[in-house]
Design a protein around this ligand. Structure first.
Ligand code: CDP
Ligand code: CDP
Length: 229
C-alpha cells in the first residue's frame, strides 16, 4: 500500500539497534536491512584476502568489482560476497576491531550506500547503521538515534560474547569507546544524529519498550499522513 514508510535507526555500538530494528520490522511487516553486517562482510573478506585497510586503492578496486548480495533470511540476514556467505565470521572481535578502518574508505561507503538506497526505493524498510538518517536515507519518514551509556553497551556485548570469546568487560568498554570515536570522527558520513532524528536513550529500557516506542512513532506518522488526505 501507499502507507509504507522508511525507518532509519542510527547510533553507536551496542545501543540495541539491530535487535530492536528487526523486531520493529517484524511488527510492521517491513523488511529489515542491517547495514553494519555489510561493512563487516567487506572487512572479513579483505582480512581474509590479506588486503590491509591502509591500501585504499586496492580496497576500492576490489569493492567496486565484487558481487554483494543481501539475503533476508527468517531471522538473520546473510551477506554474500561473490556468492560466498560471509555471515558466520562477521561478529568476531577481529572483525569488530578492524571494521571502522575499512568503513571510512570512500569507495566502500559509496558502493554500500548505493546498494542500501536501492533496497529502500519501494519503502517499507527498517534500516540500521551509522549514517542512515543523515546520508543514506535523508528522506526517511521516521528517524531514530538510539544510544545508551558506554557501560551499559559494553555489558550487553559482554553477555553476548563471554561464552565464545576470551574477553573482559573492561576490554569491551575500551574497544567500543574506541570504535565510537573512529565512527564519529571520520570524514565521510560520520556517526551523528540527524537534526530531525528522535533521540532514544535505551540505557534503562528493555528491548520491548524500545520496539514499542519506535512502532508507536511509525503509527503516529502514518495516521497523520492519512488524515491529511
Ligand atoms: O553491531 P555493532 O553496533 O557493533 O556494529 P555494526 O552496526 O555491525 O557496525 C559495524 C561497523 O560498521 C561500525 O562500527 C561502523 O564502522 C560501520 N558502519 C558504518 O560505517 N556505517 C553504517 N551505516 C553501518 C556500520
Ligand atoms: O545493533 P547494536 O550494536 O546497536 O545492538 P544489538 O546488537 O542490537 O544489541 C546488543 C545487545 O544488547 C543484544 O544482546 C541485545 O539483546 C541487548 N539489548 C538489551 O539488553 N537491551 C536493550 N534495550 C537493547 C538491546
Amino acid at each position: 500500500t501507499n502507507d509504507r514508510i522508511n525507518v532509519a535507526i542510527d547510533g553507536p555500538a551496542g545501543a540495541g539497534k539491530s535487535t530492536v530494528a528487526r523486531l520493529v520490522a517484524r511488527e510492521l511487516s517491513y523488511i529489515y536491512v542491517d547495514t553494519g553486517a555489510m561493512y563487516r562482510a567487506i572487512t572479513w573478506y579483505m582480512l581474509r584476502e590479506g588486503i590491509a585497510a591502509e591500501n585504499h586503492e586496492l580496497v576500492d578496486r576490489k569493492v567496486q568489482n565484487m558481487a554483494i548480495e543481501l539475503l533476508p533470511e527468517k531471522d538473520v540476514q546473510k551477506v554474500l560476497i561473490n556468492g560466498e556467505d560471509m555471515t558466520p565470521h562477521i561478529r568476531s572481535l577481529q572483525v569488530s576491531g578492524q571494521v571502522s578502518q575499512y568503513s571510512k574508505i570512500e569507495g566502500v561507503r559509496s558502493r554500500l550506500s548505493h546498494l542500501q538506497r536501492q533496497m529502500a526505493l519501494r519503502k517499507g524498510v527498517v534500516m540500521d547503521g551509522r549514517d542512515i538518517g543523515t546520508t543514506v536515507l535523508p528522506d526517511a519518514e521516521v528517524k531514530i538515534f538510539m544510544t545508551a551509556s558506554v557501560e551499559e553497551r559494553a555489558l550487553r556485548r559482554y553477555k553476548e560474547l563471554k561464552d565464545t570469546e576470551t574477553v573482559t568487560l573492561q576490554q569491551l568498554e575500551h574497544d567500543i569507546a574506541a570504535r565510537d570515536r573512529l565512527d564519529e570522527g571520520r570524514e565521510i558520513s560520520p556517526l551523528c544524529r540527524a537534526e530531525d532524528a528522535i533521540l532514544l536513550d535505551t540505557t534503562h529500557m528493555d528491548i520491548l519498550q524500545a520496539v514499542e516506542a519506535i512502532v508507536s512513532h511509525c503509527r503516529t506518522y502514518v495516521n497523520g499522513e492519512r488524515n491529511h488526505l
